[in-house]
Design a protein around this ligand. Structure first.
Ligand code: MEZ
Length: 535
């Protein structure tokens, strides 16, 4: 339902060009073209949007301004005396975060005989896993191989991925799909039971396994069921606000906060797994986000304050196709699968301006260029956008394809009077994923002994750009590994004397570095309150 006259005029051009556009096979950009495009238009290259950290494990490195503030902020426990002598909870493995990585870790740690406890500041499944739509990659079909998967991901990530981690990701992918299937995930299959697989941006083989366009929700549903049926304790609405160490500097638990009453609780653990997810709700550079409400980089803050290094914290993923209209769904994810199944990106004049399956960073930069310097964007109340020509899908593959393959997209737009089978949709990049995060070794341990990490909080698996479907894969592969390694290690750990001395050390470094603001972190929830004079 596009009432705006300019949008209507533009749609007419899109419709007039549709048949010819569908016959196009736009060439891929050369490496040189991509490099220039990224440097000129990708948000990661806007130097004025980054700051160099002045102290801590990554001193001297650049990170988004919003993140720098939180990484170098004061503790919520600053100036408080906390009694650590009588913990409220005692467990072998404490898992912070209850998305796909945290729950996978919990299942494997439990399977390994450990006493496990999950804490989450919202509810189990309030996580980016739930929001992932298009699918999960695994090279498990004839004509494909983990080696091919490695090459795609390594190239797509600008040859910056930690090779040992990426190796683990791709070689353990087929087994991850089997594990999920056995737990009960209903992947799309043909009548004979063969998995349906499609391409994603930057894939050389069709290896995207999906559950329609709610793959993450289906995976999360299954993992949550498994956690519940194993009776693993889950503490909802309870955030971790600091890590606790022992006198040997090993991680030994966390200070928790009841989100409602603000009561502080102490959890002692032999090992801790951080699975706190991403940072989209920090809205870097003012971008909207596809992320869930709690994505505020908490794990990065907690671990950084305790002395863990970050890897590539300056590289973010802007998903090329965030909904740009109407305003009610601004920034919501329009899955890459829409392009995988045949929709092309078209500018305000009805022209196809790129191959729809370039990698995400290249696609996002190309859309930004179209809407800025080239002046080929469609004006929307929030700025500019380009068309994703969804009616092409049914013209190519027959009536009913959209309802069958991308029903969630159909419903999301239908709620706002837009029938994506008949009308194209407006999209613009949305903040989707942090490529960077905590540095881990191949046993998923961070720089701090007994502190493990899995999922989006980890950096380096994908290098400087992640391919579609490799995140749902990484939460499973590394979530499971973290659960196995942390529970195995827990068998050998005797808890020492608990301490929060690292917080005082950090605040001393802060003062020495001349940071004097009153910012407190972790933030825990986004701040959407209107400021004075803001409309
Ligand atoms: O991996 C992702 O980020 C993903 C599957 C997103 C999507 O476009 O559906």
């Amino acid at each position: 339902m596009y009432q705006d006259a300019l949008m209507q005029q533009s749609i007419k051009k899109v419709e007039a060009a549709r048949e010819a556009n569908m016959k196009l096979d736009p060439r891929r950009m050369t490496a040189e073209e991509k490099e220039l495009l990224l440097k000129t238009y990708h948000p990661d290259y806007r130097e004025d949007q980054f700051e160099h950290l002045v102290f801590g494990p990554n001193a001297g490195q650049k990170v988004p301004k919003e993140l720098a503030k939180l990484l170098q902020a004061k503790s919520r426990l600053s100036g408080k005396t906390i009694d650590l002598t009588a913990p409220d909870y005692d467990t072998d493995v404490l898992i912070i975060g209850a998305g796909g990585a945290g729950t996978s870790a919990a299942i494997e740690a439990h399977e390994n005989g450990a006493k496990v406890m999950i804490v989450t500041k919202l509810r189990m499944g309030d996580a980016n896993t739930m929001m992932a739509e298009g699918g999960i990659q695994a090279a498990d079909k004839p004509g494909d191989s983990p080696a091919q998967h490695f090459l795609d991901a390594y190239g797509g990530g600008h040859f910056a991925a930690q090779k040992d981690l990426l190796y683990k990701l791709v070689t353990e992918a087929p087994e991850a799909i089997l594990w999920l299937s056995e737990l009960g995930v209903e992947f799309d299959k043909t009548a004979d039971g063969t998995m349906v697989t499609t391409h994603g941006g930057g894939t050389s083989r069709k290896r995207m396994h999906a559950a329609k366009d709610y793959s993450g929700a289906e995976i999360m549903r299954t993992l949550r069921d498994e956690v519940l049926s194993r009776k693993i304790p889950v503490l909802d609405f309870t955030s971790a606000i600091e890590l606790i160490k022992d006198e040997q500097g090993r991680c030994a638990g966390a200070v928790l906060m009841n989100m409602e009453t603000k009561e502080l609780l102490i959890a002692r653990a032999k090992t801790v797994i951080l699975a706190t997810g991403g940072a989209g709700r920090l809205h870097y550079q003012g971008f909207p986000t596809s992320n869930h409400y709690g994505a505020t980089a908490d794990g990065l803050i907690l671990a950084y304050r305790a002395g863990a290094r970050l890897l590539y914290p300056d590289t973010l993923q802007y998903h090329p196709t965030g909904a740009a209209f109407p305003a009610q769904i601004y920034g919501a994810l329009v899955t890459e699968k829409v392009r995988s199944v045949g929709a092309m990106l078209v500018n305000a004049n009805g022209e196809v301006f790129m191959n729809p399956l370039e990698t995400r960073d290249v696609s996002a930069a190309s859309i930004i260029r179209e809407c800025s310097d080239r002046g080929n964007g469609v004006a929307t109340p929030e700025g500019f956008a380009v068309w994703l020509d969804t009616p092409m899908i049914e013209l190519k593959h027959g009536a009913g394809t959209i309802e069958k393959r991308i029903p969630a997209m159909m419903r999301m737009f239908a709620k706002h009077g837009i029938d994506i089978r008949k009308e194209p949709i407006l999209i613009y990049p949305t903040l989707h994923y942090q490529n960077g995060g905590l540095k881990i070794s191949d046993d998923t341990q961070t720089d701090i002994e007994n502190l493990y990490a899995a999922g989006e909080v980890v950096g380096g698996i994908h290098g400087r750009n992640r391919l579609m479907g490799n995140s749902l894969l990484d939460i499973i592969v590394f979530g499971r590994n973290a659960g196995k390694y942390a529970s195995e290690k827990a068998k050998t750990v005797e808890n020492g004397v608990l301490t929060l001395a690292h917080i005082a050390d950090f605040e001393q470094q802060r003062a020495q570095a001349g940071v004097t603001d009153d910012v407190v972190s972790p933030q825990l929830l986004p701040d959407y309150t209107r400021k004075v004079n803001e409309k």
